[in-house]
Design a protein around this ligand. Sequence first.
Ligand SMILES: C=C(O[C@@H]1C=C(C(=O)O)C=C[C@H]1O)C(=O)O
Length: 268
Amino acid sequence: MDLLSVNGTGLSLDKLRDTLIRLEDTIIFGLIERAQFAWNPRIYEKGSFNFVDGFNGSFFEYFLHEVEAVHARVRRYQSPDEYPFTTPLPQPILPALDYPPTLHANDVNINPKLLNAYLEHIVPTLCTHADDQNYGSSATRDIECLQALSRRIHYGKFIAEAKFVADPEGYTKLIRANDRAAIERLLTAPEVEARLLRRLRRKALIYGQDITEDGTVVCSTGETATHGAGRPGKINLDLVVELYEKYVIPLTKEVEVEYLMQRLDSQQ
Ligand SMILES: C=C(O[C@@H]1C=C(C(=O)O)C=C[C@H]1O)C(=O)O
């Protein structure tokens, strides 16, 4: 998160939602990039590569931890909107930044659930079931997708804080009653979710096509078509919508609920 993205006068729900809308583009393009390579299930299988003495995890796990270790050294995970998937990670080599104390202290990190959903359901549906030996490229795109998805999902903390500030009595009563279901009902905005899913389908349709210099639309099959001819693009539109419906939105709301469950623990 850049230091200026939280306005000095408190959290604006509309501004926070604009950030989620912008992250849709990052996520869709990340999925398009990953879909250019085969599933390559071998990179997720423990022991499939004997490449590092004493490491018995998968190629992907090794790659992910190495990437997160470098990012940790440049203080990525001191940002309140960045959460790692792996541990242990080294201490930063840069001094800490003075982030505005927007969020209350909490230990919410649901990356394990996100990682499982991504590897077990999303990648196998997104990619052709083959091995094209593009192991490094596949893992690189996976990490980019996971980092964008994690940012989007954990942004739920800022959304939840904005909602709490707007209705402290309503949320305090439900938090004290330990009523997670009621908290989720209160924070749910069905019309926002419905608009999001409609917008997402259209973005995936448009982003998944190639536009030539004369304005025709070249689909992934190399055919040319007038715009919107409905030929297959570079990504399965239903998968993008399903990804949000089944995983991104529910996990975001889980982050919101769990953040709120800890909201009264720390007085700031
Ligand atoms: C993120 C929000 O909270 C909930 C989660 C949403 C999502 O994950 O897209 C959308 C609306 C709400 O049900 C919000 O209110 O904007």
